[in-house]
Design a binder for this molecule. Structure first.
Ligand code: C2O
Length: 551
């Protein structure tokens, strides 16, 4: 077993986009951050040194962290933050998983610019036959001209929401549709006739996205680092925290410029008037005969196969079409029977503004978000540490409700009052080792224009069912896919709908569950679950590392 070592320095760096220079938080001065490439089965050690005045942590999104929850990263859930001037070495193994994931800061909104690709090279050849000419990471992000830390602080203090970003980016580049950005255009050269593997990552803070390449189809072969049955499509929908591997073949007759636009666009179920929703890059066909470089300003931006912003049908059909490979080599281990079911609403909420305060949420109230009307409050020290050391210091409490407090009816909920009885706290679910768990996420659609990408730490899960409207506990389970459901770490719960997931809780530790739209987590759309140690010694969490940061 090889040990791969990396050094991450979290530091400020002056970065200019859209004619706007600002200090951006980075890893090793890079935006997006460095790509981590390891082999399946490796031990990984990443020494993170915090060179800024404030706190930070890093999360390896989708890495199972089997028995190594101390290295998972979410601040105050599995660790106290790394303070300014200090270091912490994340140590874990990548066992029995392979594919494209991402790493990102898990402290406040630092994920904005502190993110990068995390690629686990498979031990065995890919389960598809096309020879791959090259593997190309494609990372989507968001750029704001304003100071995002200040915006986050305002949201925490005044209960408002964020402004939309000024541009989406492809590998950090806004592209020719934005001011001063033609030179900052992502261009990928390909050889005619060859097939490429795009490792696509949505690292945007708050936005689901569509992606397409003009005149080319995309064949999805992996989602969230699990192989899928090949699915050929004109475009993909990808939510924050999700990753999707697609094959593309440079099989078109080169046009006069040899350039084919690719584009990413916001997916929102209702349209905000905005012209900054589409970001363009290019595929450039290599042609030894043309020596003249094409200038992106004179090129077409039109990607006809890119869905419109409110194309709910496309988004949902796309998610529903993905299937686990479910082969002999890569079986689909979806629990056929469950030991425990949790049904939880996922909701945005409002709260009356306390007297004498100014609130910037809808109608002068505070924005909140909750699961089963519990708005998650970030504790003052790590839940994992408190649980492991049995410190009864009111860091968290047990008994996250396993049902909505009031019978939820999608068709009936629309009044403000029904969404204002929110409780606050750090309530977690406790599960014996090996519990076969089902969670049904029910979106209340209240104040909500988009789907919620719910991410579970420490486990992959199977999306056994999803739909619009109310989850029906009698009718819907009969239609579950228990044969080849997609296995993922982030599920896009349809807006005004539900999604049912199943997992085997076999990773002892404390695991965060939250919406990967960052502002929703800030508002409280989160919970956590504890998986107790199993009976045998190799079923318990390892002891905490010596350099674990303290609070
Ligand atoms: Cu990618 Cu808890 O996050």
């Amino acid at each position: 077993q090889t040990t791969r070592r990396f050094k991450f320095n979290v530091e400020w760096k002056k970065v200019t986009r859209l004619c706007h220079a600002k200090q951006l938080l980075t890893v090793n001065g890079q935006y997006p951050g460095p790509t981590i490439i390891v082999d399946e089965g490796d031990n990984v050690e990443i020494k993170v040194t915090n060179k800024i005045a404030g706190n930070t942590t890093i999360h390896w999104h989708g890495v199972r962290q089997y028995r190594t929850g101390w290295a998972d990263g979410p601040a105050y859930v599995t660790q106290c933050p790394i303070r300014g001037g200090q270091s912490y070495t994340y140590k874990f193994s990548v066992i029995n998983q392979r594919g494209t994931l991402l790493w990102h800061a898990h402290y406040g909104w630092q994920r904005l610019s502190v993110h990068g690709a995390f690629i686990i090279k498979p031990r065995n050849p890919f389960p598809f036959s096309a020879p791959i000419q090259a593997e190309i990471p494609i990372i989507f992000g968001e750029w704001w001209n304003v100071d995002v830390d200040a915006m986050e602080n305002d949201i925490v203090l005044y209960g408002g929401g964020p402004s939309g970003s000024d541009a989406f980016t492809i590998n950090g580049l806004p592209g020719p549709l934005f001011p001063c950005s033609t030179k900052d255009t992502f261009i990928q050269t390909v050889e005619p006739g060859k097939t490429y593997l795009l490792r696509i990552i949505n690292a945007a803070l708050n936005q689901e996205l569509f992606f397409a390449i003009a005149n080319h189809t995309l064949t999805v072969v992996e989602a969230d680092a699990v192989y899928t049955k090949p699915y050929t499509t004109s475009a993909i929908m990808i939510a924050p925290g999700q990753t999707t591997n697609v094959l593309i073949t440079a099989d078109q007759n080169p046009n006069p410029t040899n350039m084919f636009p690719m584009a990413t666009r916001a997916y929102l179920t209702s349209i905000f008037p905005s012209d900054k929703n589409t970001t363009v890059g290019y595929l450039r066909y290599k042609n030894t005969k043309t020596t003249k470089k094409s200038n992106p300003t004179t090129l077409s931006y039109n990607v006809e196969n890119l869905p419109l912003m409110n194309d709910n049908t496309f988004a949902t059909t796309f998610s529903d079409s993905l299937r686990s490979l479910a082969s002999a080599q890569y079986p689909c281990n979806v629990p056929q029977k469950i030991d425990k079911q949790v049904v939880t609403t996922i909701s945005l909420n409002l709260q009356d503004c306390p007297p004498g305060k100014t609130c910037q949420g809808y109608e002068g109230k505070n924005f909140l978000a909750s699961m089963n009307n519990q708005s998650f409050v970030r504790p003052y020290m790590s839940i994992l540490e408190s649980y492991y050391k049995n410190l009864t210091k009111k860091v968290f409490s047990k008994g996250f409700p396993t049902k909505p407090p009031n019978a939820f009816d999608y068709t009936g909920v629309n009044s403000l009052t029904e969404n204002m009885n929110t409780g606050f706290g750090t309530k977690v679910l406790v599960l014996p080792f090996g519990t076969n768990l089902e969670i049904v996420f029910q979106d209340t659609a209240f104040l909500n224009l988009e789907n919620h990408p719910i991410h579970v730490h420490g486990h992959n899960f199977f999306i056994v069912g999803a739909g619009f409207g109310n989850f029906d506990p009698v009718r819907h389970p009969k239609k579950y896919n228990l044969i080849d459901p997609p296995e993922r770490n982030t599920v896009a719960v349809p807006q005004g709908g539900w999604a049912a997931i199943r997992l085997k809780a076999d990773n002892p530790g404390v695991w965060f569950i939250h919406c990967h739209i960052e502002v929703h987590t800030t508002w409280g759309l989160a919970t956590a679950f504890i998986v107790q140690n199993g009976p045998s010694p190799n079923q318990s969490i390892f002891p905490p590392p010596k350099d674990l940061p303290t609070c």
